[in-house]
Write a protein that binds this ligand. Sequence first.
Ligand SMILES: Nc1ncnc2c1ncn2[C@@H]1O[C@H](COP(=O)(O)OP(=O)(O)OP(=O)(O)O)[C@@H](O)[C@H]1O
Ligand SMILES: [Zn+2]
Length: 458
Amino acid sequence: MPHASQSPAPALFLHDSQRRATVPFQPLDPAHIKVYYCGPTVYDLAHIGNLRAMLTADVLVRLLRTLYPRVTFVRNITDVDDKITARARANGEDIGALTQRTTQEFHKDLAALGVLPPDIEPRATHNIGEMQAMIARLIENGHAYEAQGHVLFSVGSFPSYGALSGRNPDELEAGARVEVAPYKKAAGDFVLWKPSDAEQPGWESPWGRGRPGWHIECSAMSHRYLGDSFDIHGGGSDLLFPHHENERAQSLCCFPHSQFANYWVHNAMLLVEGEKMSKSLGNFLTIRDVLAQAPAEALRLLLLGAHYRSTLNYTQAGLNEARKTLDRFYRALSSVTDIPEAPVPQTVRAALEEDLNTPKAIAELHVLANQAMGGDRDAAGALRAGGRLLGLLQDDPQLWFKGGASVEEDAAIEGLIAERLAAKKARDFARADALRDQLQAQGIVLEDTKDGTSWRRA
Ligand SMILES: Nc1ncnc2c1ncn2[C@@H]1O[C@H](COP(=O)(O)OP(=O)(O)OP(=O)(O)O)[C@@H](O)[C@H]1O
Ligand SMILES: [Zn+2]
């Protein structure tokens, strides 16, 4: 056994979209790490592509919490957006009711997936004052202008525009085929504030009654809760341009001596038949849809089975495979009694420190599972602790093997077991054996212990 040495300095590497390289993570303040993620626009159930972004953040934050004493994770809710207004109108529903209901469903889905809640979850509509203050400042600084009730950010006023996404603003303008709104001085200029009619949600402002553009929401909320400069900003790669490029422009022009986000982390898209899973394409599966077919943990493992920067094609076969892998892990856990508490195994942590290499971390779980199957209790403890860092393997193995079927099916099995127990008590052993055989034919294995009968699927 090697001697336990002092734990080495954190060696986290992250791929930073702006540096276009995988680099060592250097916190602004190692005593307090600050992370911001763009959250959902709440008008419909979340799909499993959205989930991929939330899971990437979850693993990142879980890892940061093992490496640093304090982490503040902020993930917003976009609850004002024209897509929300349109959906509320189509449903004949109040906007507030729609966003509240959708937010609750989102929380329910994420809880089922074991995604830990953020420390702060600001809503755009509760931060309109902060947005207006930033917009006023941008106008004062000469980075924004007012035109026909709109306030626009002047892209030409910020020389570093495009540095994050690597896009050249001149190219963008030349390539723009869309009709340019008459109130824009340049095609690339984007909206900070826009006028609302009586039907649209709106707030009084120095520029008339209106509502914010999407990009200013995240600049305002990250600033309010994390300050001028923070460590990591994340989201899906579809947000890199224009959303994140615009957030960066707004924030750096508003607070010129700040850094805004020090590292940018972007997950690749979840695809269906080669195309981005998205609401607008209508090719999406909601988290709910998948949970009706398979345990949440299988979906989690499936999504973490690919590195977050590789695209992932969703298939039913992949989901079945993930389920089988979990059968194997839980079988390993159930092969020892009294799984001991253990620290996170170094192998699993090291894999995640390499730019969140979840496939490698899962391969390390397989190594531990093999050892646990051989009866190694410490390996079983390490398997469970390593699993926790990925949000996996925290169930009671017994429950895992019971689970997966519908509640009704489970209730029917419990009913047959109760009937068998009653038959045994009445000393009707023939009936009891017949019931055992019937359950066995359904693939249910019974285990009689002094505490009663437990069961699992074979
Ligand atoms: N197919 C996908 N794969 C991975 N991440 C995705 C995918 N689609 C959206 N995301 C991410 O989900 C998060 C929430 O995004 P948001 O609620 O704005 O999605 P949306 O715009 O409503 O969805 P859609 O893109 O389907 O219209 C963002 O970080 C976004 O990048
Ligand atoms: Zn955002």
